[in-house]
Design a protein around this ligand. Structure first.
Ligand SMILES: Nc1nc2c(ncn2[C@@H]2O[C@H](COP(=O)(O)OP(=O)(O)OP(=O)(O)O)[C@@H](O)[C@H]2O)c(=O)[nH]1
Ligand SMILES: [Mg+2]
Length: 297
């Protein structure tokens, strides 16, 4: 049996969470076209007959502008350390830049086994792939690079096989049917945040935190969920609610449908929008909303 931890690291929006969901075969981490979607360290567990890989999803590398993003970058730094391997994710469609190479070298310097997933190849010209691969060797970066598409499932099996072979000998850390270290409650809050990321632009989704007040299954089997959508400014609240409450109704309806799929039962969802001025810069509020630097696995 082989078993180990693989930290999945890369710039914001590179496609880390999408890749982990595909590797694990279940949605363990939310995804959106906006940078800074993932805020926490999330473990996604892939268990096969002969191996178990615990993927560590991390907040994408991005300029920290407040206490929340600062904490997110610390989470990524810590997560890159206590693992057996690093899988660095490059957005192939964006192309490789000097900045990207500098980051790759920085993580390589940690001295752990490392490989690169060069993703989103489904939406880029094929001829760019060998050109970018040549840039890796020009830079003197001697790593296994896997061109993949998480969306189309391309080359995922090869990547999986390679990673499994790199894992140390050892017993499983998680039981057979566990796919994530996060609670249902956490996932419910994340589903709500995902729908907000998909619907609203600019700073609005980045300034949102979800607080679950009620999460329980009633005797008739229906899940009763009550949550607050906390935003930073009164102006954001007005936009989140929308004319005659249309915006909040729409996102809540999308969220409810996903929650029902996730919980496998009917959901009765009530949502309230609240304002907490500049909560992203207030450490006590960050803690209250569950944003803390992770400690051990
Ligand atoms: N076409 C295509 N799009 C992809 C692929 N992988 C990810 N995406 C898209 O890229 C965007 C970002 O994906 P995420 O998985 O959220 O990226 P991330 O690296 O986890 O982002 P952060 O959590 O913000 O750091 C989403 O719109 C995805 O649908 C892929 O293989 N092909
Ligand atoms: Mg992510």
């Amino acid at each position: 049996m082989r078993s180990g931890y693989v930290a999945v690291i890369g710039r914001a929006n590179a496609g880390k969470s999408t890749l982990i969901n595909v590797l694990v075969g279940e949605k363990v981490s939310i995804v959106s076209p906006k940078p800074q979607t993932t805020r926490d360290r999330i473990l996604g567990v892939l268990t096969e007959e002969e191996y178990q890989i615990v993927f560590v999803d991390t907040p994408g590398i991005y300029k920290a502008r407040n206490a929340l993003t600062d904490m997110m970058m610390k989470t990524t730094e810590t997560s890159a350390k206590s693992v057996d391997m690093i899988l660095y994710v490059v957005d192939g469609h964006d192309g490789v830049s000097e900045e990207e190479f500098a980051l790759i070298k920085k993580y390589k310097a940690l001295g752990l086994p490392m490989a690169v997933a060069y993703t989103k190849i489904d939406i880029m010209p094929k001829e760019n792939i060998p050109l970018d691969m040549a840039k890796f060797s020009d830079e003197g970066i001697d790593l296994d690079v896997f061109p993949v598409s998480a969306r189309k499932g391309k080359n995922i099996a090869a990547l999986k096989k390679f990673l499994a072979e790199q894992m140390p000998e050892g017993e499983k850390v998680f039981e057979q049917d566990i796919v994530s270290d996060k609670s249902e409650r956490f996932m419910i809050a994340e589903i709500m945040r995902e729908k907000i990321l998909l619907k609203f632009d600019k700073e609005i989704p980045h300034g949102v935190a979800i607080v679950i007040n009620i999460f329980k299954q009633n005797e008739n089997g229906v899940w009763e969920i009550n949550l607050d959508i906390v935003c930073e400014k009164a102006g954001h609240k007005a936009i989140l609610i929308g004319k005659q409450g249309r915006a909040i109704k729409e996102v809540s309806s999308f969220a409810r449908q996903d929650m029902e799929k996730f919980l496998g039962g009917k959901v009765f969802l009530t949502t309230y929008v609240k304002v907490k001025e500049d909560w992203r810069d207030k450490p006590s509020l960050l803690r209250q909303y569950g944003y803390e630097e992770p400690t051990e696995y």
